[in-house]
Every structure is written in structure tokens, then in C-alpha cells.
Design a protein around this ligand. Structure first.
Ligand code: PLP
Length: 430
């Protein structure tokens, strides 16, 4: 079928809120390349929004899933468990920076992981309050929507939201929100909304994903850790987007030197198979009663087999070093664009978690979200999938597979540059 024919089916049969805006249909993928239904080649700088750190159909992952497919597809782990679930739980407990002896539970999506993290935190503390940050994205289920700090497009049509969720500003010094502002506002929340002794958890993305690839500094994360410890609040670290090698470490939190009480992960955990995990301190994870957590499909054997292969491949193929090297290349190109174009500013990266901002001009720093959208559109016309993000909608983020070949990376970055030239033309210092 052609793209046009598939589009007709989409328009007729797929719900508006769930339909992809793209008029192309992916038919095949390999590492950082896709081919559409008509055989057109597309360079993929989105990686399924951070799901494909090891690329489309990584050979080891495909092999592991095929082998598992020949053995067992499903039992429902609460009925009878299987080796891939417990082996993955063991691995994740060994690798995740949480306090003390860790325990794991598996679910299917990022949102589900966050839902369960909140349930566990409430059971462990006997408290209800949850504090999150502006610009955060934690998912599309009701609790995670309440926690998400951005109305459009996620929350707009769907209220009322669950209660006892409060928010503080996330520090973004480039846009005038300092760490001190943020910490002060958090302390105000304790005065205006919920007392510390009623607060179960503070939930933070150490580097915001949808919110704009803004990083919480090690000192900010340490300050949060101290506030949590002072009041017996649990620190939930959401690494759904920043985890699994994107930042040059397995988890972004490792850059700060602190440990979480609970960590959530998903996306590149299983390189395209639906799987998420909640990993936390054993005594916290064990707080709720038998059969209180889980779900019919949670920790599916195929997805667990994929995740075990991902963990092996990250070690064997030195993916953490490759992520850092990719980050260096992205940083160099972004710095060149910042020099060349008045509209390009605030390039930033932790490993290969890299983004830059489009602004009216460098002195005003006024966000230009329409320019970010135009850049993505132009890149698409040239055969590149590029993603915008951000609280202000004006950041361009890079989520290409860490395994992308050098030539393909340069080809994609050249498309970004050519698109910038067409859109914002003259060099800034001409
Ligand atoms: N948390 C973060 C940090 C995310 O980036 C996302 C998705 O982008 C989620 C949670 C929700 O994950 P999912 O879409 O798998 O429910």
C-alpha cells in the first residue's frame, strides 16, 4: 500500500488524538534508518522518542526476542513467573543507583512505572502528597497527567485531575529560573499546599525530557536529597527518557553522586519492546501487600529477554563511551550553529542527551517555538526526522540511536544545518 492509501485508512479509522501527524508510514527500520511504505529512506534522529538508544532492530535484541518467542510468550507473571523476569530484576537491582539493597517490579510503559512508584511511595510512607516540577512529563494516565507540568497538548481536555499533587518550578537559569528560586518555591509549597510530614515523595527527572533537556545540576539534586532526608520524604527519580546510556552513564543520576529511593525507567530499557521498571530500596518496594502491584502483561517474557540483551550489548559494545563521543560531536556542531545563527542559542548536552534552543535573538532569549516547528518540517522534507521539545516548545533535541554510523550522523546534521540556513539565513555576525 502507498503512503496515500494508508493515510486514508488513518484518517477514517484512527482517533484524532492518537493519529500521527506524519503522512509517511514506516515499513522497515535498521539502526538509524527507516524506509517508508514506498521505499523512501529516512534518517531517524528521534529513535521512537528515546526508545532506540541501540537502534532499530539491534541484532542481539532481535536474536534474544526470537529465541524467547520459541520458548514462551506469556503466562501473566503473577500466575506463574519465568526466568527472564527474575534475571532482569537481578540485573536492574545491581545496576540502579538506589539506596541499600534494591528490589524491582516490571510493568509496560513509563506512565505505568510512575503510577506504581507513587503507589509504592504512598504505601511505604503512609503519606499522600506528591511534589513534581513545572515542565515535567511523567505520562498520560490520570495520576501521571496530574504530575505532568505542561497543559498542552497533554492535559487540556481531560480534567479534573487526581489530588494531592503539587509543583515547584524546575531550575532553568537560561530562562531566569535559578536553583535558589526553585528551592525557595519548593519550601513555599510546604507552607501553602502540603506539609512535609504529609508528603510521600518528590518526583524529578534529573534531565527533563519532553520539558526541554534541561538538566538539574548535581548541587540541586543533592539539595533535594537533603530536603527529602530531613523530612522522611522519598526521592523518586524518573529516568524514563534520560536512562539507559543516553547521558554517557547508564542513568543520568550517576552524574550527581546521589542515590534515589525509587527510580523509574522504560523506553530504551528494551530497545523497542514495551517494558518499564520500578527499582527501589527493598524495604520501600516491599511496603505493599501481596498481589497489590502488577498487571496482566507486566514484564512480558519477550520484553524481558530484549532488556537482558540490551544490558549485555551496552557492556559489550561500550555504548556508554559511544554516547559520550556522540555527545562531543553534537556539542561541536551545535556550538558552530550558535556562532553562525542569531536564532540558535543555549546548546547543551550531557553525553548524547543534547539539545539547542531557537530564539528571536540571543539578547532577548525570547523562545521561537514556531521556528522549531518549521525546522522539524523542513528537515522532514529533506528526509530527516527531528524532534522539538520543551516547556517553551523551542528546543530541538537529539535522540538518534547511540549506535548511529558516523557518515549517517554527519548527513543528518548537514540536513539540520541546511534547514537552518534556509530558515534563518544570514550569519549573526555578518
Ligand atoms: N517519564 C518521562 C521522563 C518520559 O519522558 C515519558 C515519556 O516520554 C514518560 C514518563 C511516560 O512514558 P510512556 O509514554 O511510556 O508512558
Amino acid at each position: 500500500m502507498t503512503n496515500a492509501e494508508l493515510n486514508q485508512l488513518k484518517q477514517r479509522y484512527v482517533a484524532n488524538g492518537a493519529a500521527s501527524p506524519s503522512e509517511q508510514f514506516a515499513a522497515r527500520g535498521e539502526n538509524a534508518l527507516l524506509w517508508d511504505a514506498e521505499g523512501n529512506r529516512i534518517i531517524d534522529f528521534a529513535g521512537g522518542i528515546g526508545v532506540l538508544n541501540l537502534g532499530h532492530r539491534h541484532p542481539k535484541v532481535v536474536e534474544a526476542v526470537k529465541a524467547q518467542l520459541d520458548q514462551l510468550m506469556h503466562t501473566c507473571q503473577t500466575v506463574i513467573s519465568y526466568a527472564p523476569y527474575v534475571k532482569l530484576a537481578e540485573k536492574l537491582c545491581q545496576l540502579t543507583p538506589v539506596r541499600g539493597e534494591a528490589k524491582t517490579m516490571l510493568v509496560n510503559s513509563g506512565a505505568e512505572a510512575l503510577e506504581n512508584a507513587v503507589k509504592i511511595a504512598r504505601a511505604a510512607t503512609g503519606r499522600s502528597g506528591i511534589i513534581c516540577f513545572d515542565g515535567s512529563f511523567h505520562g498520560r494516565s490520570f495520576m501521571t497527567l496530574a504530575m505532568t507540568g505542561k497543559v498542552l497538548p497533554y492535559k487540556n481536555d481531560f480534567g479534573p485531575m487526581p489530588g494531592d499533587v503539587f509543583r515547584a518550578p524546575f531550575p532553568v537559569p537560561y530562562h531566569g529560573i535559578s536553583e535558589e528560586d526553585s528551592l525557595k518555591a519548593l519550601k513555599t509549597v510546604f507552607k501553602t499546599d502540603i506539609a512535609p510530614h504529609r508528603t510521600a515523595a518528590i518526583v524529578i527527572e534529573p534531565i527533563q525530557g519532553e520539558g526541554g533537556f534541561y538538566a538539574a545540576s548535581p548541587s540541586f539534586l543533592k539539595a533535594l536529597r537533603e530536603i527529602c532526608d530531613e523530612h522522611g520524604i522519598l526521592l523518586i527519580v524518573d529516568e524514563v527518557q534520560s536512562g539507559f546510556a543516553r547521558t554517557g552513564k547508564l542513568f543520568a543520576l550517576e552524574h550527581s553522586g546521589i542515590e534515589a529511593d525509587i527510580m523509574t525507567m522504560a523506553k530504551s530499557l528494551a530497545d523497542g519492546m514495551p517494558l518499564s521498571a520500578v527499582v527501589g530500596t527493598g524495604s520501600v518496594m516491599d511496603a505493599s501487600g501481596p498481589n497489590s502491584l502488577g498487571g496482566t502483561y507486566s514484564g512480558n517474557p519477550l520484553a524481558c529477554a530484549a532488556a537482558l540483551a540490551v544490558i549485555e550489548a551496552i557492556e559489550e559494545e561500550d555504548i556508554l563511551a559511544r554516547s559520550r563521543a556522540l555527545g562531543d560531536k553534537l556539542a561541536k556542531r551545535m556550538a558552530e550553529w550558535q556562532q553562525e545563527f542569531e536564532a540558535v542559542d543555549n546548546p547543551r548536552n550531557v553525553g548524547s542527551m543534547a539539545a539547542f534552543e531557537l530564539v528571536a535573538d540571543k539578547s532577548s532569549r525570547t523562545p521561537a517555538p514556531e521556528l522549531a516547528a518549521a525546522l522539524c518540517k523542513k528537515a522532514k522534507e529533506k528526509g530527516l526526522i527531528l524532534l522539538a521539545c520543551g516547556f517553551w516548545g523551542n528546543s530541538i533535541r537529539f535522540l538518534m540511536p547511540i549506535t548511529i554510523e558516523d557518515e549517517l550522523l554527519e548527513e543528518g546534521l548537514d540536513i539540520v544545518e541546511a534547514s537552518l540556513k534556509e530558515l534563518v539565513g544570514q550569519p549573526a555576525t555578518a
